[in-house]
Design a protein around this ligand. Structure first.
Ligand code: 5GP
Ligand code: ZN
Length: 114
């Protein structure tokens, strides 16, 4: 999508600290980290939010989780643990309307999730 921040990062039109990329996904460090490790995993294809998913996206969403878990292992988070978060819509505080999953870890995280 022409005017989407994460489409532009995925296309390398805007710089980001990329930690993983493949045919389907790009993962990069969050510009305003909320934990020692804060990575965003995004599909290359523009999907606005979880609200836009249907059955055809099942494999892609599975890959996001699998890549997040691999990154967590590679970044040394596996033993201590980590959190994956996908915000959807205003009540969850979604600010970028290109689907993304946050990988957060490297410190004990807040016990509250909402
Ligand atoms: P959301 O609030 O939509 O769940 O998450 C959006 C995330 O994108 C935020 O954590 C924010 O810090 C991050 N972000 C916003 N703009 C940029 C940017 O230009 N580059 C990077 N790397 N992250 C960004
Ligand atoms: Zn996009």
């Amino acid at each position: 999508m022409a005017d989407c921040l994460f489409c532009k990062i995925a296309a390398k039109q805007i710089p980001a600290s990329i930690v993983h990329e493949d045919a389907d996904l790009v993962a990069f460090k969050d510009i305003a980290p909320q934990a020692p490790v804060h990575v965003l995993i995004v599909p290359r294809v523009h999907i606005e939010s979880l609200n836009a998913l249907d059955e055809c996206h099942g494999a892609l969403m599975g890959r996001i989780i699998v890549v997040a878990a691999k990154l967590a292992r590679d970044l040394g988070l596996a033993e201590g643990g980590y959190r994956l978060v996908t915000n959807c819509g205003p009540d969850a505080g979604q600010t970028v309307f290109h689907l993304h999953t946050h990988l957060l870890g490297g410190t004990p995280l807040s016990g509250r999730m909402g």
